[in-house]
Design a protein around this ligand. Sequence first.
Ligand code: NI
Length: 187
Amino acid sequence: MILPIVALGNPILRETASEINKNYPDLHQLIEDMFETMYAAEGVGLAAPQINLSIRLFVIDANPFTEYYPEANGFKRTFINPQIIETDGEEWFFNEGCLSVPDVHEDVARKSKVCLQYCDENFEEKTEWFEGVQARVIQHEYDHLEGKVFVDRLGNITRLLLKKKLNDIKTGHVAHDYKMLFNKKLK
Ligand code: NI
């Protein structure tokens, strides 16, 4: 089932998401719905707060980046209760976008390596290092669980230039070709 994607301006995107346990209701269906929703919107990652659930869960399929980033090949994963243990490497810029912030793409600096402790879709606990575009998408999605959105990481001038556009998104005045949920109170 394709779910509506929460737009910037909805307070759920500002919450710290909660951990879940393996008895979380219909977890496998939820994961399946999140992949379906992400693919329908042509995204490479989707975090649960973006579908209006404040829980520590995100899905990634980075395969569309394979042409320029070989590490993206076959990188399709589910991350439950992730915790960043450590980051390493140089900061590098990458042009990011977000399904909750349609039509905005900006260069964001992030570390090139991240060590993540998490559970997979079968609730098997893992600790693993990720690099390059894998680490990139993981850090973007992880931010969503911490109540952060990529535009928070832009410089002051870029944010100032984007102010009107971000306000338009918050009030639902933006073209989008997938189902979205706007914060009606702001309208
Ligand atoms: Ni995002």
